[in-house]
Design a protein around this ligand. Structure first.
Ligand SMILES: Nc1ncnc2c1ncn2[C@@H]1O[C@H](COP(=O)(O)OP(=O)(O)OP(=O)(O)O)[C@@H](O)[C@H]1O
Length: 467
């Protein structure tokens, strides 16, 4: 192995044969080397087995995220900064990893190397307890496990390399650095929730709670208690002992207000107070509770139009709109479809315990011609449905049921007979998307137009994988 300050590309490729790497790979759970574009140059057999990757699969040249969706190796080679100790979630387990950039004699990053030291968080229990005691903070491995679960996604989970996505991620990363209110705007299924998690994960509050509340999912009459909590003795029954609201639970961390456009009018002024004063009162109490909460909000509705129509308080809108981030619909970064589909197919196969399938080139072209009103979520649902029914290891264009005529710009595939339950689910999904589009994503109005209750609409959307 050459001096770490003077690697060449050839050294990088040969690194896997070096005695030091062999030794390190022996004592750790796996290692991998990528080039300066985060493409895999080499992966150890141990790492393959940790990730459940077929030993025969040729992974050389693959973007690292194809194998490890949460990988941060791309950030390492881009930033040139090592991550000496980090947690990586892959294959349903948390692993302790180290990532180091490799530079050439001109100090240019030419690749990176990553090691998995532990593939089981249990190793960390003692360490975390010890750290908690040393830092004077009472903590427990259980608490750590809960807070780790709180953010499901990091920036590495937001897939896409197109220009609009690169621009979006740049803005979102910047937002993560600033401790300010962020408003995520964009159509349904575009990944706003993924970004909210990622922003929290990359912020200074990452070790504190990430608490989310979906305005569209909570019935209006329960929203206030859900938000502000209930003082002891305020009510009989389950709330007799009182309980903390989401704002309180998010203290020192981040509160994610999903579908903020659905916030009932009477709570808008109370939320404004939280934003301005960082204080609130529990239901049934006059005692003022002080909090330190960062607000991230998201909506697929046109908030400005709601303000103009008098449906949303202007002062709250301006408080939320400090750093707006527009998330593009899938049709505006359709060049990412293949990458997205590839990663989703891998996840679907893993979730179903089935072997992986591949998208044929004609299937990619066909899917790119769709309009995708339900965006990435709709792509995910389409792939899931098709994956289950398709024969063989390749998903071809005619394995995909054609979208409804208004959802596509061109379709040359003949209609296929499908199981009745699928046809019903598809019809329900399409009717819901149409109702949401027609009402500017107002779920109350959409439910009304569909002749069902809002709770019933939400239940259907959950069942159909639309939330
Ligand atoms: N760029 C992306 N990369 C990977 N997965 C994505 C991406 N965008 C969306 N998804 C996936 O699509 C689904 C929907 O994403 P998400 O819930 O974040 O959308 P949303 O914009 O918050 O939708 P809604 O407004 O309906 O709540 C999730 O399963 C998410 O993992």
């Amino acid at each position: 192995m050459s001096n770490a300050a003077g690697f060449t590309l050839k050294d990088l490729s040969d690194l896997s044969d070096s005695p030091l790497l062999t030794l390190l790979d022996h004592i750790c759970e796996g290692s991998l080397i990528v080039d300066d574009h985060a493409r895999i140059l080499w992966i150890s057999d141990k790492y393959r087995s940790v990730l459940g990757v077929d030993p025969q699969l040729d992974v050389r040249g693959m973007p690292v995220e194809e194998l490890i969706p949460n990988s941060m190796m791309r950030q390492i080679v881009r930033s040139g900064q090592p991550m000496l100790l980090d947690l990586l979630r892959a294959h349903e387990t948390w692993m302790v990893v180290t990532r180091i950039p490799i530079r050439d004699q001109f100090d240019q990053v030419i690749g990176g190397i990553g090691f998995v030291f532990y593939k089981d968080m249990d190793y960390l229990k003692g360490f975390v307890e010890k750290y908690g005691r040393l830092s004077g903070r009472p903590t427990s491995a259980e608490q750590q496990a809960v807070s780790l679960r709180d953010t499901k996604y990091t920036f590495a989970d937001f897939i896409g390399q197109s220009e609009p996505v690169e621009r979006l991620l740049q803005r979102a990363r910047r937002a993560a650095e600033l401790d300010t209110t962020v408003l995520l705007l964009g159509e349904t299924g575009t990944g706003k929730e993924v970004l909210a998690h990622a922003i929290h994960h990359a912020s200074v509050r990452t070790d504190e709670p990430f608490v989310s509340i979906n305005m569209a999912a909570v019935p209006d009459n329960l929203m206030e208690a859900e938000f502000f909590g209930v003082a002891p003795g305020a009510y009989t029954g389950a709330d007799r002992k009182g309980r903390k609201g989401k704002i309180h639970l998010a203290d020192k961390g981040t509160l994610f207000l999903d579908e903020v456009g659905d916030l009932p009018h009477n709570l808008q002024s109370k939320l404004l107070r939280v934003l301005q004063e960082q204080e609130f009162e529990r239901l049934g109490s006059n005692e003022v509770v002080q909090v330190d909460v960062r607000i991230l909000a998201a909506t697929s509705r046109d908030l400005k139009a709601m303000v103009d129509a008098g449906d949303f308080r202007a002062d709250l809108y301006y408080r939320l709109n400090v750093l707006p981030i527009q998330v593009p619909p899938l049709r505006d970064h359709i060049e990412d479809l293949e990458l997205l589909a590839d990663s989703m197919i891998r996840r679907i196969a893993h979730g179903l315990g089935m072997s992986r399938k591949w998208l044929s080139a004609d299937a990619v072209d066909y899917l790119k011609s769709w309009h995708w009103p339900g965006n990435v979520r709709e792509l995910q649902n389409t792939l899931e449905r098709t994956f289950i029914f398709a024969q063989g290891s390749t998903l071809k264009a005619d394995d995909f049921l054609p979208p409804s005529p208004e959802d596509t710009s061109s379709s040359s595939v003949a209609p296929t007979i499908e199981p009745l339950s699928d046809a019903v689910a598809r019809a329900e999904r399409e009717a819901i998307i149409q109702a949401l589009n027609a009402t500017g994503n107002n779920r109350s109005q959409a439910a009304k137009a569909l002749g069902i209750s809002r709770a019933n609409l939400y239940e259907k959307m959950t069942r159909l994988g639309m939330t």
